[in-house]
Design a protein around this ligand. Structure first.
Ligand SMILES: N[C@@H](CCC(=O)N[C@@H](CS)C(=O)NCC(=O)O)C(=O)O
Length: 243
């Protein structure tokens, strides 16, 4: 079955967590909105819902045969089970979902660094608030979330290579993406933070070296980070020394 993946065509955004899982799985998929004008129309059509009973609110969406699903963590729950990217038992599946929802919380907070007041306003219209918000985010929230994942790795009884058990699962891909995104958005602050999270940094490198992920990162399917996505580089936000 060929999956149809629907997401904004010019950003990594939340969709990237799904793209990474599809790539690691070696799944057959089309990134629909990246297929020109008709692809964009298909994305908008999906958002309008047509006559469907169960309509999603916001992309990313995944179409798998007749199934249409949204919410990044929900899509990953599905792909994880189908492609061996999550434990097979219930406790393990819930644990993977719990870690992914924690990533989702962090992604929301990261989005707030450039949009602390409203998504509908330009960053330029909320710069002062963005600076206040991001100071706290960098000082408290980034160390807290990354420190949490470091702790999860440390506590894993099957070793500290992966978040869950002895094999890669989809939350590992997501933590890779978080580290890559933070390095792009806040390079100065990340240098400092990374000293306290060696296992998370190693996990990032381990994921980047996976043959399918390495091939994906080197391909034009990987959209470069930019100032429209979740992880944006605004040097004025990157810690006091960056101003
Ligand atoms: N919790 C959802 C959030 C989805 C979401 O916010 N999608 C963004 C793009 S990353 C969007 O297009 N939002 C449009 C809107 O909220 O109006 C998820 O993780 O998938």
């Amino acid at each position: 079955m060929r999956y149809e993946f629907f997401y904004w065509p010019s950003i990594q955004g939340r969709g990237e967590f799904v793209r990474l899982a599809l790539e690691e799985a070696g799944a057959d998929y089309v990134d629909v909105a990246r297929k020109g004008e008709r692809g964009m129309q298909a994305l908008f059509k999906m958002m309008e819902g047509g006559r469907a009973e169960r309509v999603p609110l916001a992309p990313p969406f995944l179409k798998a045969g007749k199934l249409v699903m949204a919410q990044t963590a929900n899509i990953l729950l599905y792909l994880g089970a189908r492609h061996g990217l999550a434990p097979a038992n219930e406790a393990g599946r819930l644990w993977a979902n719990q870690l992914q929802l924690t990533v989702a919380d962090f992604v929301d907070e990261t989005h707030n660094t450039h949009h602390p007041i409203a998504s509908s306003l330009y960053y330029e219209d909320q710069k002062r608030e963005a600076r206040r918000y991001t100071d706290c985010y960098l000082k408290l929230r980034v160390p807290k979330f990354l420190g949490y994942f470091e702790d999860v790795l440390t506590r894993n009884r099957r070793g500290d290579r992966w978040l869950i058990g002895a094999r890669l699962s989809y939350p590992d891909l997501s933590v890779f993406q978080v580290v890559a995104g933070l390095r792009y958005a806040f390079p100065r602050s990340m240098k400092r933070v990374e000293r306290a999270i060696p296992r998370v940094v190693e996990l990032h490198d381990r994921v980047a070296e996976r043959p399918r992920i390495a091939a994906y990162l080197a391909s034009d399917r990987r959209i470069p980070f930019n100032e429209m996505g979740v992880f944006r580089r605004y040097p004025e936000l990157d810690g006091k020394a960056g101003r």
